[in-house]
Design a binder for this molecule. Sequence first.
Ligand code: ADX
Length: 186
Amino acid sequence: MADQSFKQKGFVLWLTGLSGAGKSTIAEIVEGELRSRGLNIEILDGDIVRKELTRDLGFSKEDREENIKRVTFVAKLLSRNQVACICSFISPYREMRDRIRRETTNFIEVFVDASLESVSERDVKGLYKKALSGEIPNFTGISAPYEVPDMPDLHILTDEQTPLQSATQILEYLEDVGLAPYSKLF
Ligand code: ADX
C-alpha cells in the first residue's frame, strides 16, 4: 500500500561498478518496488543510454566523461522535478562521480562491488573474453581502469548476496534517509 502522506523528493541513485556486477538487475528491482510505492521514477542505464542518447560515443576516458556529463544533465532535470532517478553506469573515474555529487541534489553513490574474477568468469555478455583477447580495447577492469569509490553512501557486495538482497539494502537506506516511504519489504 502506498503511503499517501509521503511527499516525494527527487534524488539521483547512482550505481557504479564493473560491467556485469549486477547494476541493471538491482536497478530494475528497486525501480519496480519504488513505483509500486507510488513514486515517479526513471532509470537511466548505460546499455540503453548508449543506444539512444550517446550513440556517438566510445569508451576512451574523454568519451566516458561526455557520456556521464549528458546523463548528469538529464538526471539533474528529472531530480529537480521530484522524480526519482536511478542511474546505472560503470562511471569508472572518481573525479567524474564527485562532479555528479556536486552538480545534483540528493545524490547517493552506490558501489555495486563484484570481483573482477567473478564478473569475468560469469561473463554474461561475452565481453570479458573479447576484452582479454584484445578484440575490445579500453575495457574496464581489463585494459581500462576502475577507480573504486572511497566513501560510497552504500557498498553492495554482489558476490555475496542475491540481487533481491542488494535491492533491499538500497530500499532500506532510502527509507532511512526519508527518500522512500516505508513499506513492508517484498
Ligand atoms: S561508462 O564507463 O561510460 O560509464 P557505460 O556504463 O555507459 O560505461 O557502458 C558500459 C557498457 O558498455 C558495459 O556494460 C558493456 O556492455 C558495454 N561496453 C562496450 N565496450 C566497453 C568497454 N570498452 N568498457 C566497458 N564497457 C563496455
